[in-house]
Design a protein around this ligand. Structure first.
Ligand SMILES: Nc1ncnc2c1ncn2[C@@H]1O[C@H](COP(=O)(O)OP(=O)(O)O)[C@@H](O)[C@H]1O
Ligand SMILES: [Mg+2]
Length: 390
């Protein structure tokens, strides 16, 4: 079929790779194939390889001589090879195809058996010698690795930012957990005294023990919510309603507000469309904005500290969430810089909250921005597109 092993990279002889009839055209054609960065493989109607360019030799580790005449399936992972075979059979039977002209991802296989991701696009040609398919393959290994690396870095950054948010709330949370713990200590002391009073104190002791159990549960729940919010995780999108996301972080938000003497008011419209989001990331945005609102009101009298969260559908069918405070408002001179990383006006601020929040909302196809309220304070708002109907 083919002469054994022409040296790697040598121009294949016309005998080994079928070429256009005219020799000048043939060598132009070969030069073209071999100059290509992508692996190019021509196969006949039976899926046998007729051409195998230099990029294919490098990519798959087969020489042209080893590949020619063999089925294309040897360049793919077993499952994809079977799928490809079935596709070719179907195409020959029905004339219907699903990849001609389209690129798709396949798992390709090197001569040493190792598997790698590749993009494959296929073209069809009719020559005097019959039907031919031209397959172009590109090794996606480096691209995939870079994508995964970027995704991992992003997840790490989001995680670090959630830890920062919790860090900002640490004092309030510690205070909040301290309350049930002191209650437990008080009830325990009471139980000890009651025990000395003999059998008639039994009902009081039972009541005190129930109280102790309840308080321990309360402290445990606060810790559980913090753990859910701060644990390291992979990004995951699900179709949910905003209300459910909000309910999960509501206790943390209320705790933060209460600890800073802020009156938190939450108004959620009943008919919000479903959204397809990474729930924890959206919760992260909401907590960031609420935290900033709380911070912005640190200097005003306690009675005026009102923070409002409103969620409503827009006429365009999006979900719009607004977080409004009565604090010092946004200084117009720095307005554009608020959303850049590390911009902060707080002595111990990190300046990452808004930058990350905006990137999260943008990644979900929405917008995040702010404006000053006519009667003081700032409103930060974001939109999220409704989930597409399945
Ligand atoms: N609700 C708000 N009112 C006024 N200024 C705000 C508000 N939210 C954010 N800012 C301004 O934007 C800056 C950046 O916020 P952010 O990115 O969350 O970082 P940090 O909270 O660590 O400062 C804040 O330091 C503050 O100057
Ligand atoms: Mg912040």
């Amino acid at each position: 079929m083919t002469e054994p092993g022409p040296t790697q990279g040598a121009m294949p002889s016309p005998a080994s790779q079928s070429s256009p009839a005219n020799p000048a055209e043939a060598s132009e054609f070969d030069a073209l194939l071999n100059a290509a960065v992508d692996a190019i493989v021509v196969i006949d109607d039976d899926g046998r390889m007729l051409r195998f360019n230099q990029a294919a030799e490098t990519m798959f580790g087969f020489s042209a001589a080893e590949a020619l005449g063999k089925p294309l399936g040897m360049l793919m992972a077993p499952m994809d090879a079977r799928a490809h075979q079935a596709f070719v059979e179907r195409y020959k039977r029905t004339g219907r195809h699903n990849i001609i002209g389209l690129g798709r991802e396949v798992l390709a296989r090197r001569s040493d058996g190792s598997i790698f991701p590749a993009s494959l696009s296929v073209g069809e040609a009719h020559s005097a010698k019959g039907r031919r398919f031209v397959g172009l393959m590109r090794d996606l290994t480096a691209q995939k690795e870079a994508e995964e690396e970027a995704l991992k870095h992003r997840e790490q950054m989001l995680h670090a930012s959630r830890l920062t948010t919790m860090g900002e709330m640490a004092a309030t949370i510690a205070h909040e957990i301290n309350q049930p713990l002191s209650a437990i200590a008080t009830y325990t002391a009471a139980c000890q005294r009651l025990l000395d009073q003999g059998p008639e104190a039994r009902t009081d002791i039972i009541a005190a023990l129930r109280e102790i159990g309840g308080q321990a549960h309360r402290a445990g729940q606060i810790i559980q919510r913090m753990r859910n919010f701060t644990r390291s995780r992979e990004s995951l999108r699900r179709v949910v309603v905003f209300d459910d996301l909000l309910e999960e972080i509501r206790p943390l938000a209320e705790l933060d507000a209460r600890g800073n003497r802020v009156d938190l008011r939450i108004v959620v419209a009943p008919d919000l469309p479903m959204i397809n989001v990474d729930g924890v990331q959206i919760q992260q945005v909401v907590l960031n904005l609420l935290r900033n609102g709380v911070d912005a009101m640190g200097e005003i009298p306690e009675a005026e500290r009102v923070l409002t969260l409103q969620a409503a559908p827009t006429p365009e069918g999006e979900v719009r969430v607004e977080i409004s405070d009565r604090g010092h408002g946004v200084n117009e001179r720095v307005r554009d810089r608020l959303f850049t990383p590390f911009f902060t006006t707080k002595p111990t601020g990190m300046g990452m909250g808004l930058a990350i929040s905006r990137s999260i909302i943008a990644a979900h196809g929405g917008k995040l921005d702010c404006s000053n309220n006519p009667d003081g304070g700032a409103t930060f708002f974001f939109t999220l597109p409704a989930a597409l109907e399945k």
